[in-house]
Design a protein around this ligand. Structure first.
Ligand code: NAG
Length: 543
């Protein structure tokens, strides 16, 4: 078998590894190829064997006898980083070692990218699938590398959520933030409160066009995940080393829960507001027939929030969390905390009474009381809370981590107070923003403009922080709010290629970041999108 010089094209990897030495020669996948690793790496080994089998047309088996293969997976305690790995490809042997199975998994992801994409199936059958020789040592810059998905404004199937998790794993990202509850829909089955999904998962219509809308589509819309489906997704994610953080929004953005259980509102008898008469006929009828609360049909910030005065609110939320917590191995539970207007609390006798009895000076302190109380419950059940940066207002709960979305200010403040921070500033990593200046030729988006180059230039660690404070910046995440993303194609279009740019921001070293070089690799990477049948924003490359 001839040892050919490999072309630089063979080594275009995203995110850019820490170090890479290009060697001559190729490894050929043939009938004798076997993946081997000890029992501890069986899942990873099987994952790789399946990929190689599919790509090569050969049956590549996995064996749990380490000496019984020429693609060897192993643990190596001398590798420092928990997620670090080393990959060596020689003409007769491939070795992937990691400090943990997670590191090995990332080595596998790199190996996948060394498999030539352009090869046609016929070529593979004729000449065999080859992998170019190389030595790579690699580990991530940040420990938190996340993608968020709002499944509440629009609902996405279990299959799509899995595809989304595949994309996260392929980009060596490790967190899926699952936004499960909103004004416009409650998406997680809670056995104790069946109306959350019987009533709260369905709206009678949706506004047409950009907020405030030009009318109502008059279509019933909704869906939810059963607890069995959630378990299945969490297992799928954990096999790909993706941690799933569920978000249960409080005290604002809870309209769907209020529609199901009106006692959660300060004013159960006050009808859900229909802005500018954009509500559906069906919804209006239901309201006229004596059911004032309905699932919200428009976008934006709603005044109707959970009542902070009633004990029943906390009982309900704790019951919900009691079912949510065991479903997710995640250390963090996201409790929302953003955009909670205080108008209702100001008018509500019970909220005012609580403020008085606790000596709280304003509604911001009442919000802080709300979050603190939920934090206590979550902590007592062995988990930590993470919340949007509004939870800083009125005093930060003692162990809370912050997700900084209204720019970086909240994140900086939290890090200075020695709280963990995930950066998600809206002007840079909100993938519901337009990605191209030519907005007229883009599908409808919420607004703004964040090009793939803007994402690539993002620096998550603020210079305002001292070295010590910088350690509290765990990493960054892109948020994908789905008000205007009605289909999965649309979601793919909005995240690709921006997600690919973000993956390098959170994984690769700051020094190695180079837009020209990345653009070249990205262009090649799009062939992977094509091979996977993904929809993506092609014209963004001309920016
Ligand atoms: C904010 C809201 C979110 C909305 C999005 C649109 C956060 C934390 N909150 O207004 O519910 O969908 O932005 O970009 O982002």
């Amino acid at each position: 078998y001839s040892v050919a010089e490999n072309s630089s094209q063979d080594y275009l990897i995203i995110p850019q590894p820490l170090s890479m030495e290009i060697l001559t020669g190729k490894f050929l996948i043939d009938a004798n190829t076997k993946v081997a690793g000890d029992n501890y790496l069986e899942k990873e080994g099987q994952f790789l064997a399946d990929i190689l089998s599919a790509d090569s047309g050969q049956n590549v088996p996995f064996s749990s006898e380490v000496n019984n293969g020429n693609i060897i997976l192993k643990l190596d305690s001398t590798i420092e980083n928990e997620e670090g790995y080393e990959l060596t490809v020689k003409y007769n042997k491939i070795v992937i070692s990691g400090k943990t199975s997670k590191g090995v998994f990332y080595g596998i992801q790199t190996l996948r990218q060394l498999i030539p994409i352009a090869m046609k199936k016929d070529d593979v059958t004729l000449n065999g699938l080859t992998i170019p020789a190389v030595t790579i040592k690699d580990n991530p810059r940040y420990q938190y590398r996340g993608m968020h998905l709002d499944v509440a404004r629009h609902f996405f199937s279990v299959d799509f959520v899995k595809k989304y998790i595949d994309l996260i794993a392929m980009h060596k990202m490790n967190t899926f933030h699952w936004h499960l509850t909103e004004d416009q829909g409650w998406r997680i089955e809670i056995k104790k409160y069946p109306k959350l999904t019987e009533v709260g998962a369905w709206r009678n219509g949706t506004i047409i066009g950009h907020h405030p809308g030009t009318g109502n589509d008059e279509k019933e819309y909704g869906g939810f995940y059963t607890q069995e489906e959630i378990k299945d997704i969490v297992k799928y994610a954990s096999e790909r080393h993706v941690n799933v953080i569920p978000e249960i929004e409080l005290p604002g953005h809870g309209g769907a829960a209020i529609a199901a259980y009106p006692f959660l509102s300060c004013f159960p008898e006050e009808p859900t507001k229909i802005f500018n008469d954009m509500g559906s006929k069906q919804g209006k009828e239901i309201q006229a027939n004596g059911t004032p609360k309905i699932v919200v049909e428009t976008w934006g910030v709603m005044d109707d929030v959970f009542c902070a005065g009633k004990e029943e609110t906390f009982k309900f939320l704790e019951d919900v969390l009691a079912e949510v917590i065991p479903l997710f191995p995640s250390q963090y539970i996201h409790i929302g905390g953003d955009e909670c207007p205080k108008g209702n609390w100001k008018r509500c006798d019970q909220c005012q009474k609580r403020m008085e009895s606790l000596g709280l000076k304003d509604e911001l302190e009442l919000q802080s009381y709300f979050i603190n109380r939920i934090e206590k419950y979550v902590n007592a059940n062995g988990k930590k809370i993470i919340g949007w940066d509004e939870v800083l207002e009125g005093g930060l709960a003692p162990n809370a981590a912050i997700m900084s979305w209204r720019g970086t200010k909240g994140g900086i403040e939290a890090a200075k107070q020695h709280h963990d921070v995930v950066m998600t500033p809206e002007h840079t990593v909100y993938f519901d923003y337009y990605q191209n200046k030519d907005k007229n030729n883009e599908p409808l988006a919420i607004g703004g403009l964040t090009t793939v180059e803007d994402v690539y230039s993002y620096e998550p660690t603020p210079i305002e922080l001292t070295n010590e404070e910088q350690k509290y910046i765990l990493g960054a995440q892109a948020n994908v709010w789905s008000e205007y993303m009605e289909t999965t194609d649309y979601v793919e279009y909005m995240i690709l290629p921006r997600m690919t740019a973000l993956s390098e921001v959170v994984w690769s070293s700051k020094e190695s970041r180079n837009w020209q070089d990345f653009s070249k690799r990205l262009k090649y990477f799009t062939k992977r999108y094509d091979a996977m049948g993904l929809n993506y924003a092609k014209h963004t490359f001309k920016n």
